[in-house]
Design a protein around this ligand. Structure first.
Ligand SMILES: *Cc1c(COP(=O)(O)O)cnc(C)c1O
Length: 374
């Protein structure tokens, strides 16, 4: 069994994907060829943003967005403690300071109460200037924008939605990657919408930001003269071959994969909810199920279940084994575990099960049987 079955998806989409790859090779337009703009336009229309700008990966997408706002030394960027490294790492590489926020243990997303406490702490200390909040749509579920956006407004902060895992989710029909001032996503193969290598995108409603992002992803070049570099940028374009692969995958994603993966989640929850803490999806929220993550009673139970699954040939993952405040790269910040009680719980108790739109009910049955027998 696969944790995320990309082979089955390819088997079904092979004619379109192969034709797309072939057309790019025959056109020889490898850099910013037609499929890139076509994908950008379709994705912007889908999420309900005015612009989508492709780039090399989801990490660069975050960095480019932070560069638009000139984030650098002395700036505080608030992000979740329980996530992939990128939202904090991109802040640091620009010279800014990530301020890590504890999570809500029910959703694994940024806790708005702790966010406000951390903002007030930074203001009271007076060393950093609060600038940006990067909420992460973890495991496919949008963060609590109903509460985070008003906090951002109260303190005059920008919001950058990290939708790398959230693409396809929504809150009362408003889609992930449309919240806040800018949003980003990743096309890393295992994400809800993945390509066959690296890729990413940034979303904005602002025409000037769109134009600057297109310049910043190409060394800060002028739109009319590519050897006129107006500001310091990156070399971070979405590869044309990857865009061609994404076009049929995006079509399948919208047409049925998002429904199918929600059906798989319902099968899991039906079978497991009386015995385990299954994922909590608040009223009005839809997850795109980047992960289906159980919260077990303690580390011993979690580790025993993972071992039991393994001997039965069922892969499972621990996302994430440590909080960002525990990363060696941030040891110098000396952030105390006591600030992150929910992250500390989650790292010991989470277990993510195989999850993708092509999982069958029989496979879910088998996985749940092993878990319930354990
Ligand atoms: C994967 C991921 C990223 C980074 O995306 P890459 O394309 O791998 O650079 C950023 N944030 C989150 C939450 C992610 O899961």
């Amino acid at each position: 069994m696969e944790f995320r079955d990309l082979k089955e998806q390819y088997r079904r989409l092979k004619p379109e994907i192969d034709a797309g790859i072939q057309a790019v090779i025959e056109s020889s337009a490898f850099i910013l060829g037609k499929p890139v703009k076509e994908l950008e336009d379709k994705m912007a229309a889908y999420v309900g943003r005015k612009h989508c700008v492709g780039c090399a990966n989801g990490t660069d997408a975050l960095q480019l967005a932070l560069m638009i706002w000139g984030i650098g030394p002395g700036d505080a960027v608030f992000t979740s403690d329980f996530t992939y490294f990128a939202s904090a790492g991109t802040t640091s590489i620009l010279g800014g300071t990530p301020v890590l926020v504890d999570i809500d243990l029910r959703t694994f997303n940024m806790d708005p109460d702790d966010l406000e406490e951390q903002i007030q702490r930074v203001i009271a200390e007076g060393k950093l200037t609060p600038k940006v909040i990067i909420p992460v749509d973890l495991f496919g579920q949008p963060a609590d924008y109903d509460r985070i956006l008003p906090i951002a407004e109260k303190y005059g902060l920008k919001v950058l939605e990290d939708g790398a895992q959230g693409f396809g989710g929504n809150i009362r029909g408003k889609l992930a990657c449309s919240f806040g001032d800018m949003s980003t996503t990743s096309f890393f193969p295992a994400k809800p919408l993945g390509c066959y290598g690296d890729g990413g995108a940034i979303f904005t409603d602002d025409d000037e930001v769109d134009a600057r992002l297109r310049s910043l992803r190409a060394q800060g070049k002028s739109p009319v003269d590519k050897y006129d570099n107006r500001e310091i940028g990156m070399n971070s374009r979405l590869d044309t071959l990857q865009a061609a692969i994404l076009l049929p995958k995006f079509k399948a994603f919208v047409e049925h994969e998002i429904d199918d993966v929600n059906q798989v989640a319902a099968w899991y929850t039906e079978r497991l909810q009386d015995h385990f803490i299954t994922p909590f999806v608040p009223e009005g929220f839809l997850s795109s199920w980047a992960q289906y993550t159980l919260l077990l009673d303690n580390k011993e139970e979690r580790d025993a279940l993972q071992a039991k699954l393994k001997v039965n040939g069922i892969p499972s993952m621990i996302y994430y084994p440590r909080g960002l405040h525990e990363q060696q790269a941030y040891a110098a910040m000396q952030l105390p575990d006591e600030w992150y009680p929910n992250t500390m719980e989650a790292t010991k108790r989470v277990l993510s099960l195989p999850m993708h739109p092509y999982l069958t009910e029989e496979e879910v049955d088998l996985i749940c049987k092993v878990l319930l027998e354990a």
